[in-house]
Write a protein that binds this ligand. Structure first.
Ligand code: CMC
Length: 676
């Protein structure tokens, strides 16, 4: 599990909570820097800033490269109001012993946090004079010099930091920035690329890499070589432009309120302004302050996320920086789940352990089975899934200890492992067939097929083509950033409820026809069209606004949905096993004609993931009610990754939107006998 938690204060701890924290602190492995960082975050969230500072300092002492702990320490100093006191203490320590290296470093960090860059510069320099071989000290100095705008000096320092430790991703990302600013794009790209390789979750380096690629690739010498290359380049260029925007630090939005004539400067960060910054815009003393009104969150970023990147214009989808095409081509679903949740692709031994852990948790408690047997014979399997995932929380009551990384880890394994079992039980229930227990000799998708279709045979042998197609479908549905169900998981999870209940909220959101049900609508549409001859009249109806071409168009993609292209490739394999569907011909011809039609091209309407997925599910013998269930199995990994990111994100609090009240006020109560 990621140890890269970051800090932000939340609420004062009461006695019981302090006891729990102390008992957690006692259980920490004294050599585990990540655990100390997490402990610091917990302390900090509970307002125990002194303890947090000690814990972050301890984490740094154990792992001086732990950038996140250093940042947390800075935040703890900065936001606690203790900075001044801390600076005085450190000054005192340095007066007594000017060669106190730790005090020099901590003073440097504290001065840097306070914005006293010259002082920080001199403190780091003094620390280096005492310990010339510390890569981290040279990095800290370089960062300070860079912040002072002294690029050449910063470059010299960061180079020294890298010389002392060539695998320091922080120093590599920094050198990427500096070289970029000095116009040395190619070297900047190399350094940033290396930083990303060493630490794939280093978002700044990723943004920097994109930026440099963009700068680099727009030069004439880097002309696009193939159309595929051009496509990727375009994506990178766009990524780069995002990075350019992200790099415009210090940008401000100047606003004048016509009601009062007052002007305000709202800081712009990563292309956004903080809605809370609007609050200062008031007409007078009693005014609550301006709010942002954004029904359906059409233009509101609710979180920072390093999980999934989508460029809708270019038709690009990447998870943790890897393209969906590569992941579908080369990874298994469980490997992608590991990537989403942990931030990096697993090594062979990590993957083996991950798969083994998940495989060993596929069984559900017999009472869950009994619970599911209680549903009506024709219960919708999605309704059964919502209920049974939620019910899991009652079997694992300690799951609500969401601040304990080990407790979180085990629930994550259970959720991934048990979801296909619950889904298959729901299917068998619907079919009136006995439930089939998991077969742990099979792989994830194969085991699911076995639980779905096994009859009297001793063991079910899944066809490898179907198994792979299903695994790819799970990958394609794994995550899609802040969609409705993921937002539901984050929103419910923000109450600090256990992950089973949060995921049940995600399944509930997916149940809706506008989200998980579009593939069903696409299949029904194809069935209704029936033959190729009926396509022209159907398209005329769509163009006349009588209905929609289901499986076409997307809120985000204004290009071919990359997922649709991948599904299309796997259709042939499935049909080879299950026999050709006459509807495939209709779908292919419909796609061709729509893409030739100005109505669709001018509106940028292309096939989305749902255009072909219904055909595959149908070929697998699934009733339409099971389609969203299939989606839910794959999306579980994304929900978990997003939930985990939210739990570890210090900026997140309980999700609680505001409203514009439109009702009446201060009405006189009318007794019932007097009401007309
Ligand atoms: N067929 C015909 N016209 C369409 C379609 C369509 N499928 N989608 C959009 N349009 C037209 C729409 O009529 C409008 O035309 P005009 O400008 O003349 O009024 C224009 O294109 C823009 O449409 P919009 O409704 O403003 O676009 P949106 O971003 O709000 O809607 C959408 C996105 C996915 C809801 C919509 O394209 C749609 O209803 N598609 C069909 C349903 C579907 O396939 N949904 C699955 C989406 S992928 C699932 C997932 O990623 O989770």
């Amino acid at each position: 599990m990621s140890a890269a938690a970051t800090a932000r204060p939340m609420a004062a701890a009461h006695g019981g909570e302090i006891d729990i924290l102390r008992s957690f602190a006692r259980r920490i492995d004294p050599s585990d820097a990540g655990a100390y960082n997490n402990l610091g975050v917990l302390y900090f969230r509970k307002g125990l800033t002194d303890e947090a500072i000690v814990a972050f300092s301890r984490a740094l002492a154990l792992d001086e490269r732990m950038h996140v702990a250093r940042r947390n320490l800075e935040i703890a100093y900065g936001e606690s109001g203790l900075l001044e006191r801390r600076l005085q203490e450190l000054e005192e320590r340095l007066r007594t012993n000017p060669a106190d290296l730790e005090a020099l470093v901590q003073s440097g960090i504290a001065e840097k946090t306070a914005g006293h860059l010259e002082r920080a510069h001199s403190l780091f320099q003094r620390a280096i004079d005492l310990d010339q071989d510390s890569s981290v000290l040279h990095f800290l100095l370089a960062e300070t010099l860079y912040n002072r705008g002294l690029h050449e000096e910063a470059l010299r320092s960061v180079k020294q930091s890298i010389e002392l430790n060539p695998d320091n991703p922080d120093a590599l990302y920094l050198i990427g920035f500096i070289l970029g600013d000095l116009g040395r794009a190619e070297e900047a790209a190399d350094a940033s690329r290396r930083a990303v390789q060493l630490n794939p979750t280093l978002v700044r380096a990723q943004a920097n890499l994109s930026l440099e690629m963009y700068r680099h690739e727009v030069t004439p010498s880097q002309a696009h070589k193939t159309s595929a290359g051009a496509h990727i380049t375009l994506g990178r260029a766009k990524l780069g432009r995002t990075a350019v925007a992200a790099n415009m630090r210090g940008g401000k939005l100047l606003v004048t309120d016509s009601r009062t004539g007052s002007s305000y400067e709202l800081p712009i960060t990563d292309g956004t302004v903080r809605a809370l910054d609007l609050r200062q815009i008031k007409t007078g003393e009693g005014d609550f302050g301006l709010m942002a009104y954004d029904p359906a969150y059409m233009n509101t970023a609710s979180c920072r996320s390093a999980i999934t990147y989508i460029d809708g214009d270019a038709g690009i989808l990447q998870h943790r920086g890897y393209s969906i095409e590569q992941l579908c081509e080369r990874s298994s679903y469980l490997e992608v789940a590991y990537l989403l949740i942990n931030g990096a692709l697993p090594t062979t031994s990590e993957l083996d352990e991950w798969v083994r852990d998940i495989t060993l948790h596929t069984f559900v408690h017999e009472n869950i089975k009994a619970f599911m047997l209680g549903f009506r014979y024709d219960a919708n399997p999605m309704g059964m899934l919502v209920a049974s995932v939620g019910a899991l929380s009652t079997f694992y009551p300690n799951a609500n200890d969401i601040h304990d990384p080990e407790v979180r880890r085990i629930q994550i394994i259970r959720l991934l492992a048990k979801m296909p079992t619950l889904a298959a039980f729901a299917f068998r229930h619907n079919m009136g067939q006995p439930y089939v227990y998991p077969d742990n000799d099979l792989e994830y998708a194969g085991n699911f097929l076995s639980m779905m279709y096994k009859m009297t045979e001793l063991s079910y042998k899944p066809d490898p083509r179907l198994e792979r197609a299903l695994d790819v479908l799970f990958i394609l549905h794994a995550d899609h950033e802040q969609n409705a169900s993921t937002s539901a998981v984050r929103s419910v999870g923000s109450t600090q409820v256990d992950p089973y209940t949060a995921v049940a909220a995600g399944v509930a959101a997916l149940y809706g026809p506008l989200h998980g049900g579009a593939n069903e609508a696409a299949l029904r549409m194809l069935q209704r069209i029936g033959t190729v001859e009926n396509i022209p009249s159907f398209l005329e109806g769509v163009k006349a606004g009588e209905e929609r071409l289901m499986g076409f168009g997307h809120r985000v993609y204004k290009n071919y949905d990359p997922r649709a292209r991948i599904i299309r490739k796997h259709l042939d394999d499935v049909f080879e096993v299950r026999g050709m569907s006459p509807l495939l011909k209709v779908a292919s011809e419909l796609e061709k004609r729509a893409l030739d039609d100005e109505y669709f091209t001018s509106r940028k309407l292309y096939p989305n993931v749902d255009f072909y997925s219904g055909l595959i599910y149908e070929a697998l013998g699934l009733p339409v009610a099971m389609f969203p269930v299939m989606f839910a199995i794959g999306r579980t990994s994304g929900w978990i990754a997003q939930w985990l990111e939210m739990v570890e994100d210090p900026e997140q609090k309980i999700a609680r939107p505001r409203q514009i009240y439109t009702g009446e006020r201060d009405r006189e109560y009318v007794p019932i006998e007097q009401r007309g």
